[in-house]
Design a protein around this ligand. Structure first.
Ligand SMILES: [Zn+2]
Length: 113
């Protein structure tokens, strides 16, 4: 069996038609903040002072902020709660149903007939 190649931490992500840079920043710069979505600057910043799973969770969370921003959701306290719910829900749904998401990805990649 072929070993899976470890994918490096991403440095960019496209959300709809907008490219965002992903910066991995130290605790010295981020403080206790785990992730930031900088709308106008097209930047997402993630703290390196967290474990790999928490970092992936933080990046996924900031991508959801970017999606919500792209469809016109203004940032409020309830936006944060909804973002957390969607973030955890999607991560768990993808983990628990890889075949479902593989099929969805296939359809949108143009591979299904
Ligand atoms: Zn948030």
């Amino acid at each position: 069996m072929k070993a899976k190649t470890k994918i490096p931490r991403p440095t960019k992500v496209r959300v709809f038609h907008v490219d965002y840079s992903i910066t991995w920043s130290s605790k010295k710069k981020m403080g206790t903040t785990l992730g930031l979505f900088r709308q106008g600057a097209q930047k997402i910043e993630i703290s390196t002072d967290q474990g790999e799973q928490q970092a992936a969770d933080s990046l996924h969370h900031e991508i959801i902020h970017a999606i919500r921003d792209a469809v016109g959701c203004c940032y409020t306290e309830s936006d944060e709660v909804q973002t957390r719910a969607v973030n955890v829900g999607l991560i768990c749904a993808r983990r628990d149903n890889p075949q479902v998401f593989a099929w969805i990805d296939q359809v949108f990649a143009g591979g299904a007939r």
